[in-house]
Design a protein around this ligand. Structure first.
Ligand SMILES: CC(C)(COP(=O)(O)OP(=O)(O)OC[C@H]1O[C@@H](n2cnc3c(N)ncnc32)[C@H](O)[C@@H]1OP(=O)(O)O)[C@@H](O)C(=O)NCCC(=O)NCCS
Length: 209
């Protein structure tokens, strides 16, 4: 199966996305409510339960539909092998350890850029979890990698994802087409970018360090 995370290589924009260097093993990340950690074998049923939803799959380029426990187990094994890079995270709640969804960063443009992707199970939408996860991952990305920018892409009709990118400081760059495995065709997408200087400026706005 393919990654359930929307990435540039699915968007129709030129890409040389490749896995993260093995030595850059992703540490567990914490935010106010969330723990971002490596996907585990025990997540397979939760992943399949939440990912097997056309309202999720139709917003992502490479998520198959229907999505089975075997797909999830294969995905977890590929992440563990390093085949998908080392910045692929399960998004979980810290208080009850519930699996909510996934997010990832992938190097592009020979390491000059990163591409962010994320998805959450529908029961967890509209509670700020994706924004919290994305901001945590973005901070990790800019602190860990030398990338000048992080790109994000969403379908034109994906108001929620566009809003997540806006709340993270991304700026509109253009439009294009991307393939959709679940829909079996190509869809219109918008391309956003957060450059390092803008991220740094937003982080320090108001004197916060
Ligand atoms: C996109 C997605 C990750 C957002 O997750 P989320 O946890 O609900 O996001 P947040 O709660 O952090 O923010 C969502 C924002 O979109 C807004 N929003 C959601 N649906 C909306 C709609 N139909 N119209 C207008 N605004 C909408 C919310 O109000 C919120 O904005 P606000 O904080 O300014 O009120 C989630 O919907 C999802 O997983 N969708 C399927 C997969 C997907 O689209 N992944 C991204 C691919 S690019």
């Amino acid at each position: 199966m393919q990654s359930p995370i929307l990435k540039e290589s699915q968007s129709g924009f030129p890409s040389d996305a490749r896995p993260m260097p093995q030595e850059l093993l992703s540490p567990q990340l914490q935010s106010e409510r969330l723990t971002l950690r490596a996907p585990e074998t025990a997540d397979a049923h939760a992943i399949a339960h939440l990912a097997n939803n056309i309202n999720v799959a139709s917003k992502l380029s490479r998520m198959p539909h229907p999505y089975t426990v075997a797909d999830a187990a294969n995905f977890i094994a590929r992440v563990a092998s390093g085949a998908m890079g080392k910045c692929v995270y399960a998004v979980t709640r810290t208080d009850n350890r519930a699996f909510l969804g996934g997010c990832a960063l992938e190097e592009t443009d020979g390491g000059r850029g990163l591409e962010i992707g994320y998805w959450l199970g529908e029961p967890y939408w509209n509670r700020g979890f994706a924004t919290e996860a994305a901001q945590t991952l973005i901070d990790h990305g800019f602190h860990t990698f030398d990338a000048d920018y992080i790109d994000g892409r969403c379908r034109v009709m994906n108001t929620a994802s566009r809003r997540v990118l806006q709340k993270c400081g991304f700026q509109f760059q253009g439009t294009g087409m991307a393939s959709s495995l679940a829909l079996g065709g190509r869809v219109a997408v918008e391309w956003f970018r957060l450059d390092r200087k803008t991220w740094d400026s937003l982080r320090h706005w108001g004197g916060a360090r």
